[in-house]
Design a protein around this ligand. Sequence first.
Ligand code: PLP
Length: 476
Amino acid sequence: MLDLGGIGANCCMPIWHARCLLSCAGLCQFQNFQKVCCRTSESFFSGIFVERTSNTVFSASSPRPRRVLDGYRDNSAMHHTQSLLPRDAIVNLRASKIREVANAGIGRDDVLTFWFGEPDEVTPDFIRTAAADSLARGETFYSHNLGLPELRETVASYLSQLHANPHATITSDNIAITSAGVNALSLAAQCIVSPGDHVVCVTPLWPNLVEIPKILSANVECVSLEFGERGWQLDLDKLLAALTPNTKMLMVNSPDNPTGWTLTRDEQQAILARCRQHGIWILADDAYERLVFDAHLGASGCAPSFFDISDAHDRLVSANTFSKSWLMTGWRLGWLVAPAPFIEQLGKVIEYNTSCSPVFIQRAGDAAIRGGDAVIARTQARFRIARDHLCAALNALPGVHAPPPPAAMYAFFKVDGMKDSLAFCKRLVTDYGLGIAPGAGFGEEGEGYLRWCFASELPRLDDGIARFKAGLAGLR
Ligand SMILES: Cc1ncc(COP(=O)(O)O)c(C=O)c1O
C-alpha cells in the first residue's frame, strides 16, 4: 500500500511520478536495505524521524517482511542529532557544471543558449500528430513494463536494418522502451553494477555517464582521450590496460559527447575481444550513432557499432534515445537493447523505477522511426553545415582551436590561456548574454575547453559568435 501523505507538503521539487520518487528515495537513502517503510517514512522528506509503521518493515538482517507495532513511534532522542543528508555516495556526486552555468542565466530571456545538447528545431509535425491522436483515442493508461509490443518491433526492425549481422539478430525480445536515454543508462547500470564494482569510462564525457555508476556506489576509472592536431584520439593500449578481470563494466559513448570522437571498427574489435576475455559488460551509449559527418566513419549513415561485430553471447547492452536524431529532447523517450534474458529481468527494474513510458509518447516514437528517415537525413546535412560554419568562425579567433568533430553535435574547443572554464562560462552568461558549457564539466581533462552545441540555424550561431568574440576580448 502506498501512502504519500506528507510528501507533497514537505518535498520542494515537483514530482512527476510517484514510483520514480520512491525509487529516487530508495537509491538515495537505502543502499543496503537498511530500513524501508512501505508507508513512506516522513524522515527522508521532512527531517522529522517519526516512522509510520503500521505496515511492513524490511531489513537486511531479516529480508523477510516482519510486522511491527501499529501506530507512531517517536524517536525524539535521536531526531536532533541525525544527519538529514542522503547517503555519502549521493553527497559525493559531482553536480552538473552545465546546469551551474545555466542557473547563472535563470530568469533572463536575453541569453542566447547553446549549453544543452538540444536542436533548435521543434519536433516534426507527423510525430506530434501521432501523440495527439493517441491522446484523442484515450490512450492514457499504463503499458507493459518493456513498452508497447508494436514499438519494440519497430525498434528491432529499424536496428536490424541498420546493423545487419547474422551472428546477432535483434528481435523485440532484445528491446525495452525507456523514459529517455538517461533512464536507459541508469536502468542498465542498475542491472549490472553492485556497490564496490569497478567501472571504466572514456572521457571527456557527458557527466551523467560517469556519475550514474557512482549512485550505485561503484568505483569509476576514467581513461582520457588525448587532444592533438587531428582532434581527440583514443590511446587504445591505455584503454585495454584499464580493462582487467576486475572490471565489471565499460561505458563507452561513441560518437562521444562532448568531443565527437568516434570509435573505429579496429578499435571496437580490440575492445570487444578484451571484454570477452574478461567477461566485462559493455554499456554502449549510442545516442549520436546517426549523427556522423565523416564518410570514412559513417559510410552507412551510422557510426561503427558493436552490434555490427558482436554475437548473441556477448555481454553487450546499448542505450539509445529519440532525443537527438528525431528532434525529441522534451519527450523523454529512449530504448535499451540487450540479450533477451537480461531484458526479461529488466522488466522488474523498470516497474520499480517508472513502470513504463507514457503510451502517447511511445506512439510518437513509433511514428518517428517509421517515418523518420528523411528527418535524420535532413538533420545530418543541417548539422554538418552548422559544424563547419561554427568551427571556421571559432578557428578564425586568436588562440582558439576548434577541429571540426567527426560526429555528434558539439564543438569542443580549446581556448589558450583560459584556466577556469566554469568561471569563464558564467561571465559569458552574465556579461555577454551567451550560454555555452564549460569543458571542466566533462572531466578534468576538459579544463581549458568549451563546448558549443551547433544544432542551430546559422544566423543564431552568428549572433552567438559575435557575443563570444566580445566575451573573449573582455575576459582574457
Ligand atoms: C551522450 C548522451 N547520452 C545520452 C543522452 C540522453 O539523452 P536523453 O536523456 O535526452 O534521451 C545524452 C543527452 O544529452 C547524451 O549526450
